[in-house]
Design a protein around this ligand. Sequence first.
Ligand code: FE
Length: 135
Amino acid sequence: MEWAEKTDREWAEILSEDEFAVCRKKATEPPFTGKYTYCKDDGIYRCTCCSNELFSSRTKFDSGSGWPSFFEPVNKDSVKYETDVSYGMVRVEVMCARCGSHLGHVFEDGPGPTHNRFCINSISLNLDRDKKDHN
Ligand code: FE
């Protein structure tokens, strides 16, 4: 099936109200409220909407921002980017490459080796603790 072709109406039937607001309407969960902010468990974070593999626990770090933060996606093709000029800022939005779900934003103030900080809403993610990162 083509994830990107799903309508808002179809997504609204599958997702909770909060998931729909963030993933499909680009809302941001309040900082320090998401379930993965402080999570240190091993596994692969998948897309809430389509289960695409997005981030590895291996690349997660505590940014102090109140949102789960990663220095790179699990595969370079697992996410896509778009310039976001909302709220008077120029930011780079990060989306699931498969279904277009809004994940968060990426900033250039992260730790090595990439110096990127993927600042991601917990609600956009589902940690798969059975899936191990062998890198
Ligand atoms: Fe997705």
